[in-house]
Design a protein. Sequence first.
Length: 492
Amino acid sequence: MLQQPILPEHGLFIDGAYVPATSGRTFQKISPVSGRVIATVHEAGRDDVDRAVRAAKAALSGPWGKMSVAERAGLLQDLSQAINARFDDFLEAEIADTGKPRSLARLVDIPRGGANFATFADMIKNLGAEFFETATPDGGRAINYGVHRPKGVIAVISPWNLPLLLMTWKVGPALACGNTVVVKPSEITPHTATLLGEVMNAVGIPKGVYNVIHGFGPNSAGEFLTQHPLVDGITFTGETRTGEAIMKQAAIGLRDISFELGGKNAAIVFADADLDKAVAGTMQSVFSNCGQVCLGTERVYVERPVYEEFVSRLKGAAEGLVLGGPDTQGVSMGPLVSEEHRDKVLSYYRLAEEEGATVVTGGGVPQFGDERDGGFFIQPTIWTDLADTSPIIREEIFGPCCHIRPFDSEEEVIALANDSDYGLCSAIWTENLSRAHRVAPQIEVGLVWVNSWFLRDLRTAFGGSKKSGIGREGGEHSLEFYTERANICVKL
Ligand code: NAD
Ligand code: 6OD
C-alpha cells in the first residue's frame, strides 16, 4: 500500500505493517495550495486504536525491551541517517501536506526530523545516575542509586503546523528512553508520519515500537487513543482548548501528561535596537510558515522614538513578501493549511476592522488569477491602534498578522507583555546588554530570545507557562517525562 512519499491512499501503520482501518471510514486530504483532494486517508476506529496500543504494549517486552541502551541509541542514529537519506521524499510529503515553501521545509522541518533522533540517542547514551551514600541506624552504610525505566506506551498527539518536526520531537526522546509509541498526527497532515513507518522498518526498529493511527480528535482516533487504559503517558502539542479536553481524558487511570499549547507571543523592540535586525527578525517571527508557528509573534511593542519608523519598515517588508505554492519563483509565504483555518483567521481580520484597527497593510485574501485562487492564501496583515483589551490582542490567531503598539518605559512594556493568558515565548530587541538581562527574566514565559528568534538547541528546556503548556521537554526534561525513575537502596 505504500512506497512513495505522496500516497493516493493512506492506511494505518500498526505492528510494523501498513493496514487498512477496520472502521471502514476514510477522509480526504486537501492541498492547501489548490484546494484539490490529494489523498484518501483511513480513519482509525476504536478497534484499530486498540490494536495499535496492544502492539505497542507487546513490543515493550519484545526485542526492543531487551536491547542495551547502546544498541537502542545505535538504531536511532541509523534512523536519523535514514531520514536524511530520504530527505527529498520527506520534503515532498511535507510540502504536499502543508503547502509551505520548499526552502523553509528544506531548512527547518526535514533536518529537524533527523536531528530529533540523533540528539536524544546521544543524550541517552550519556545519561548519568544519581548516587548517595547513606549512614544506617546500625552504624553501617547503604548506597542509593537512581535508574530510569521507560514509562511504557506513549500516545503522541501532534499538530499540523510543523508536522514532522513536532512529531519526531516527541517520538525521538520517547524511543531513546525505551518506550513504544502510538502516534496520532493531525488529520490535516498525515503524510510524513506515515512515511516514517517505512523508514523504521528499513533500519530494523522492531515491529510495534512505532505505530500510526489516523483520524480526528473528539469521538475519533485522538480521543480513543488518549482514553485507552494501556497508554502510560500522553504528550500533546496543539491548541489550549484541545489540551483541556485531553487532560480530562488523561485523568482516567491517572496518566502522565506533557502539553505544548498555544501562545500570544510579544516582541519588544527598544529604541536602542539594531532596527535592521529587529525588522528582519520580526518579519520572520510574524510571517514565517504563514504565521502558523506556536512561537510566532502576534503582539509587537515598539519604544516610541522608533515606533513610526518601525511600523513603516515592517509594512514595506510585509508588502515585499511573495505569496505562492512551494515552488513559486521567489516564494516567501505559502497558504494557510486549510479552508477552515483560513475562515478562522479571516474572522479575526474582520473583527480587527470592526474594533477600529488601522489596517497598515493586508486584511484580506489575495487574487492570483490561477489555481492558487482555489487554495487557502491570505494577505500578510499588520494593525495598529487597537485597545489592549481587544480579542485581537488577547486571543491566538495563528495567522500571518500582528498588532504593533508604542510604549514609553521598560516597566510599561514588561506589564504589557505579561498581560496575557498565555506564556510561551518572547523576543527582545535591544543593543543594551544590561537591559536585555534585566528584562528577559521578568517576562512570564517559558522561552525568551534576545536579538533572535527560533534559535533552537535541543538540550534546552522547551515549554510554556500559564495557558501555554504543562511541563517542559528538551534535553534532560524530555528524559524526565519519558522515563520513570526508581531509587535502588543497597545495604552494604
Ligand atoms: P489542535 O489542538 O486542533 O489539534 C492537535 C492534535 O490534537 C490533532 O492531531 C488533533 O486531531 C488532536 N485532537 C483534537 N481534539 C482531540 C481530543 N479531544 N482528543 C485527542 N486528540 C485530539 O491543534 P492544531 O490546530 O493542529 O495546531 C495548532 C495549535 O497548536 C495552535 O494553538 C498552536 O499554538 C499549537 N501549537 C503549540 C506548540 C507548542 O510547542 N506550544 C507547537 C505547535 C503548535
Ligand atoms: O523547535 C521545537 O522543538 C519546537 N517544539 C517548536 C515548536 C514550534 C511551534 O510551532
